[in-house]
Write a protein that binds this ligand. Structure first.
Ligand code: NAP
Ligand code: ZN
Length: 352
């Protein structure tokens, strides 16, 4: 065991504060990574504040952060393909049972026994897993991703959750050149959705509650932007979308978006508000439309997404912050005030 510096929350009402955590000694399959940047996902905020108390109650202290990029510092004797000095990344999962049909199919995100990067049982040290708001982490090589070396690292970190959470459902639902795709909300996930849908050649329409994000949406690759509070603008798109991806973090009216789908169109929810959303049966029935959800993506697909980003020069638009500003960043997230992902520069943890 060794000590790592980290930021943790002691309770659902405590701010994140400096702490020391234990990391395990390397097993033969482990990779030790010096964390350089960690993205701030709205899920970190939900988890730290125990907003998912029913689905995933928080165990304190909680060290969040599942958008991790850094440099390999040591590897176990059985590790292949990664060596000290290499860039490496870790997302939302650090383990799974590897034997179930989902794992066999490379879909670890559906494994009933997966271990998320934070707040899940830690079989090595007991307690729960501690994640990326830290200077170092030890992860089994199977859950460590390779990072293309042509990309800005602060903007790579958010690809590990925001990126794959948008990329995976777009591939699953067949977003291609001739499709009309809606992206609901222009936050961390949403702005990655715009970039991917644009790169895949779709006609991209962004729905935002923030009129001041209009120009950015177009710059990021949207073909059209709709301010969702404007009923007239919304109505123009009735019955026209093949696919809509909704990443809103709070309670909102999804029927307004289901009505925009064409026959057999699909709306996929990736946003995870804590309260159940109301669904109008007729909105789905009349056009044989479907409503579904999607969690992150498997390890193989996450690597595919990172390679796609390398080829297309895609990273997140980030506001780099020192870790000392993370509590302020959470308050700004709640006001939809981020362009478009906070990325923590872990060098700021070194001086504490
Ligand atoms: P974020 O950066 O805070 O973006 C959320 C956006 O939602 C805001 O920028 C805002 O966009 C919109 N919004 C916020 N409050 C709203 C309201 N009351 N009504 C309508 N729109 C509102 O959050 P994020 O990191 O992208 O995460 C979004 C959600 O996805 C969170 O719930 C998170 O937990 C979840 N998530 C799920 C997965 C998964 O695997 N499914 C993975 C990661 C995150 P506009 O200003 O454009 O309206
Ligand atoms: Zn996330």
């Amino acid at each position: 065991m060794y000590n790592a510096k980290a930021y943790s929350a002691a309770s659902k009402t405590s701010p994140l504060a400096r702490t020391t955590i234990a990391r395990r000694d390397l097993t033969e399959h482990d990779v030790q990574i010096e964390i350089l940047f960690c993205g701030v996902c709205h899920s970190d905020l939900h988890q730290v504040r125990n907003e998912w108390s029913e689905a995933m109650p928080t165990v304190y202290p909680c060290v969040p952060g599942h958008e991790i990029v850094g440099r390999v510092t040591r590897v176990g004797s059985a590790v292949t393909g990664l060596k000290p000095g290499d860039l490496a990344a870790v997302g939302c999962m650090v383990d799974s049972d590897r034997t179930c049909p989902e794992c066999q199919a490379g879909q670890e995100q559906f494994c009933p026994n997966f271990i998320l990067t934070y707040n899940f049982p830690d079989k090595h040290l007991g307690g729960v897993t501690y994640s990326g708001y830290s200077d170092s982490i030890v992860v089994d090589q199977k859950f460590v991703l390779h990072v293309p070396n042509n990309l800005d690292l602060a903007g790579v970190a958010p690809l590990l959750c925001a990126g794959i959470t948008k990329y995976s459902p777009m591939r699953h639902w067949g977003v291609t050149r001739d499709k009309k795709v809606g992206i609901v909300s222009l936050g961390g996930l949403g702005h990655m959705g715009v970039k991917f849908a644009h790169a895949l050649g779709a006609h991209v329409v962004v729905f935002t509650t923030s009129p001041n994000k209009k120009e950015d949406a177009l710059r990021l690759g949207a073909d059209e932007v709709v301010v969702s509070k404007n009923a007239e603008e919304m109505e123009k798109h009735t019955g026209s979308f093949d696919f809509i991806l909704d990443a809103v973090s709070a309670d909102h009216d999804i029927n307004a978006y289901i009505n925009l789908l064409r026959r057999d169109g699909n709306l996929t929810l990736v946003g995870a508000p804590n309260k159940p959303l109301a669904v109008a049966a007729f909105a789905l029935i009349m056009g044989r439309r479907s409503l579904s959800g999607s969690p992150i993506g498997g390890i193989k697909e996450t690597q595919e997404m990172l390679d796609f980003c390398g080829e297309h020069n895609i990273t997140a638009d980030v506001e780099v912050i020192p870790i000392q500003k993370v509590n302020e960043a959470y308050e700004r997230l709640l006001k939809s005030d981020v362009k478009y992902r906070f990325s923590i520069d872990m060098a700021s943890l070194k001086s504490e």
